[in-house]
Design a protein. Structure first.
Length: 337
């Protein structure tokens, strides 16, 4: 039972067939028809004028920051945001911008927190240029930023002169959890990235959406990062099926995550709050260090990862849809014993 992450999902048989039969060209020249179709479909799906196919979510986020910012600009981020925490210092290394982390108790920024961190013009200060938001929030346990809250924060950022980029690696999960379309969840952002891998099961790739002018500039920044993938239609074919076939089934992952959390309620030595499970991630807090428990769980047939010194994260996805929550509970009891 591989519950380490939804990044371990494998492409469906239909995706493999589509990849084998994909019509391809040279995407850097703009003549790969399958990539062109994916970008058109993704733009409509995200509710943006244009879209760009990129190799990964990290590449999409970093291309967005590079496109929005000039060297020396300031980028506001929540203190545990993926773009700040897990992307190897890319904001500084690639865009030459300065990240300004804002700590929150639950991963959720508010208009007031953003306004408090935007400094007035001063010869000593970097220019605040961009706010990066994340939905769902990875390190907050797959937490959803409700549409009304996202809209309010984005509006305040715009009033303060900031652009807004949405790291929507699991944006489809956020949409399904709220009963909304992906384009509705992304509407307040100037740019948005969404992964086609993870819960949507494509083997490789993400899409970045924005205005036509923004995407034209982003395409050049993608090239700087080595993102010109030539006959990328082989990958784009799976991405099209991810958008067309895999979004609605995310509700099954959310249901299984809640069932696993409920099954762990009475296991001695851990705390697992079902009310914190909003999408496909289950945070499990332990009364002891997490690393040895992760190793013991692997011996019991459950693969997972530590997300803190005493916290384990379980992530559901299509490839574990048939597992029994009681089996997960049995494995935890054995590992903790």
């Amino acid at each position: 039972m591989d519950l380490r992450s939804d990044t371990v999902t494998r492409p469906t048989d239909e995706m493999r067939r589509a990849m084998a039969n994909a019509e391809v060209g040279d995407d850097v020249w703009g003549d790969d028809p399958t990539v062109n179709r994916l970008e058109a479909v993704a733009a409509e799906w995200l509710g943006k004028e244009a879209a760009l196919f990129v190799a990964s979510g990290t590449m999409g986020n970093q291309v967005a920051v590079m496109t929005h910012c000039r060297p020396g600009d300031e980028v506001l981020v929540e203190g545990q945001a993926h773009v700040y925490w897990y992307e190897v210092g890319g904001i500084a290394r690639l865009a030459g911008a300065q990240p300004r982390p804002i700590r929150t108790p639950d991963g959720m920024l508010t208009p007031e927190l953003v306004q408090a961190e935007v400094r007035e013009e001063n010869i000593h200060y970097p220019t605040p240029r961009l706010l990066c938001l994340e939905n769902t929030h990875n390190r907050a346990g797959g937490k959803v930023m409700p549409l009304a809250d996202f809209t309010a924060v984005a509006r305040r950022a715009h009033d303060l002169g900031l652009q807004v980029h949405l790291d929507g690696a699991r944006l489809a999960n956020a949409a399904v959890a709220q009963g909304l379309e992906v384009r509705q969840v992304a509407a307040g952002a100037d740019s948005v990235m969404c992964c086609l891998s993870k819960g949507l099961c494509a083997p490789v790739g993400s899409v970045l959406g924005g205005t036509r002018e923004f995407i034209a500039a982003a395409r050049k920044n993608r090239k700087v990062l080595g993102g010109g993938m030539r006959q990328a239609g082989i990958l784009a074919a799976a991405g099209l099926l991810a958008i067309e076939r895999m979004v609605d089934r995310l509700a099954e992952d959310h249901r299984l995550a809640r069932e696993i959390a409920a099954a762990l309620q009475d296991v001695e030595g851990l705390r697992c709050d079902v009310s914190l499970v909003e999408t496909n991630m289950v945070p499990v807090d332990l009364d002891r260090p997490a690393a040895p428990v992760v190793e013991a769980l692997a011996r019991e047939g459950v693969l997972c990862s530590a997300s803190g010194p005493r916290r384990i994260r379980l992530v559901t996805h299509r490839d574990v849809a048939g597992i029994a929550p009681d089996e997960v509970r049995r494995a935890f009891r054995a590992a903790l014993a």
